[in-house]
Design a protein around this ligand. Structure first.
Ligand SMILES: Nc1ncnc2c1ncn2[C@@H]1O[C@H](COP(=O)(O)OP(=O)(O)OP(=O)(O)O)[C@@H](O)[C@H]1O
Ligand SMILES: [Mg+2]
Length: 322
């Protein structure tokens, strides 16, 4: 069973008409849909027919009941802790007429996910994979909880993947601290901005080689350009390779390249699936779900990137994250 841990939200989409009529009603469209990066991941895992479980925290309110029912309907095994004080997390997405979006994130109960919320025995006994959404690493308590879940998984031999979720967060807490939080992760799933924030590089291949110095498998999401990845587990060096290089954070540009080469495993580029993108929100979560389902079933890097691209494109071509 593929577990994910992190945020669960209700997304409220407000589609702003070109003219708001002041002091009275403006007729328009407001969509309320289930969301949250880690919950989206779990749903996309389940929709591919793989067993999925989700660990998160909601409030004691009607939104929580709606989210619980939704996960059940999607076939996701839900471990939802109930916070008696903070409401269920919600995001307001304001969509202007040109399609531009502004997000107002109100994380609420998500900020209090804690160690006691982890179903330790079930994770150990049922888990085949653990996916951590970077949003779970934002605040102190959820960070400890996510780290605890990762440690349980690692002790039990369950592979862990991390999606860093936000380059702003990496900037805020610093690269070294962020990487320490991710220690032990086998698969790392950044987008371009997050990889740039981590490496101070901009070329996808350079970024992959640099990140592969830290993570055995890296899949880099490149939006409309598809994705690229590097897997150095083929040499059986997961758990620590000796390269003869000193382990600086990322080393210089050329050091990154030579370190990557010495690990073996070559960079794989996966072309995007051509779609007309209407809303790329959530494409990254769906990509992660596609990648993890394929990779965890032994599909290999290229097949995993391709499945990730197909799932990401599917979400980019529709309104909403699911
Ligand atoms: N316009 C597009 N056309 C085709 N595929 C796309 C498009 N946008 C995204 N994808 C697919 O979805 C994947 C993830 O998208 P993206 O790189 O935007 O991730 P992200 O920034 O993490 O997304 P999110 O906003 O959900 O966090 C891409 O790697 C690609 O496979
Ligand atoms: Mg993302």
């Amino acid at each position: 069973m593929i577990f994910s841990i992190g945020d669960i939200m209700v997304d409220a989409y407000f589609r702003l008409p070109s003219l708001l009529t002041p002091r009275t009603d403006t007729v328009g469209r407001v969509d309320l849909v289930p969301g949250g990066s880690a919950a989206n991941f779990a749903v996309w895992v389940a929709r591919q027919g793989a067993p999925a479980a989700f660990i998160g925290r909601v409030g004691n309110d009607f939104l929580a009941e709606a989210l619980r029912a939704d996960l059940a309907a999607e076939g996701v095994r839900a471990y939802l802790a109930r916070d008696e004080e903070l409401g269920t997390g919600r995001v307001g997405v304001v969509v202007s007429e040109g399609g531009e979006r502004d997000m107002i994130c109100d994380r609420r109960a998500n900020t209090r996910l804690c160690m006691a919320d982890i179903p330790e025995d079930d994770l150990r006994e049922l888990g085949t994979w653990l996916h951590v959404s970077g949003y779970a690493l934002f605040e102190e308590e959820p960070r400890e909880a996510a780290r605890r879940a990762m440690d349980i998984a690692l002790e039990a031999g369950i592979p862990v993947s991390v999606d860093p979720a936000s380059y702003g967060f990496i900037r805020d807490i610093g690269v070294d601290r962020f990487l320490r939080l991710c220690r032990g992760a086998q698969v790392f799933l950044p987008n371009r901005d997050e990889a740039m924030a981590l490496t101070d590089m901009s070329d996808p291949d350079d970024m992959l080689l640099a990140l592969a110095d830290v993570f055995p498998v890296v899949a880099l999401k490149l939006g409309a350009d598809g994705s690229a990845g590097l897997d150095r587990t083929g040499l059986g060096c997961y758990g620590g390779c000796s390269t003869g290089h000193s382990r600086g954070r990322f080393g210089s540009h050329s050091a990154g390249r030579s370190v990557g080469r010495s690990y073996g495993g070559s960079i794989v580029h996966a072309s995007p699936v051509q779609v007309e993108a209407v809303d790329t929100n959530g494409a990254g979560d769906a990509f992660d779900a596609g990648f993890v389902v394929e990779y965890s079933s032994g599909g290999g890097l290229e097949a995993a990137l391709m499945r990730g691209n197909a799932m990401g494109a599917r979400v980019a071509a529709m309104h909403g994250a699911r």
